[in-house]
Design a protein around this ligand. Structure first.
Ligand SMILES: [Zn+2]
Length: 82
């Protein structure tokens, strides 16, 4: 029989809790950090008139700024981004 006293139980309880929390933290943090920024950058538009940054995933070539209503081309946004 393995003899377990209360201090050993508390030690293992805190040890496994810390491991599980670190594991969840690592997995979720890694997933959030590992999300490709380029994918978000493709949806990110910067208005050439009012310089308002917004996200529009529906349009590829031309998008309408929600703030001033002007049309923005994707090529201009990429030139500004680099
Ligand atoms: Zn605008």
């Amino acid at each position: 029989m393995i003899r377990l006293d209360i201090s050993t139980l508390i030690f293992f309880y805190t040890l496994f809790s810390a491991i599980i929390i670190l594991l969840i933290w690592f997995l979720f943090g890694h997933k959030k950090a590992g999300r490709p920024i380029g994918k978000d950058m493709d949806y990110t538009w910067k208005c050439s008139v009012c310089f308002h940054s917004y996200i529009d995933s529906k349009h590829d070539e031309i998008s309408v700024c929600p703030l001033c209503g002007s049309y923005n081309k994707k090529a201009e946004v990429r030139d500004l981004g680099t």
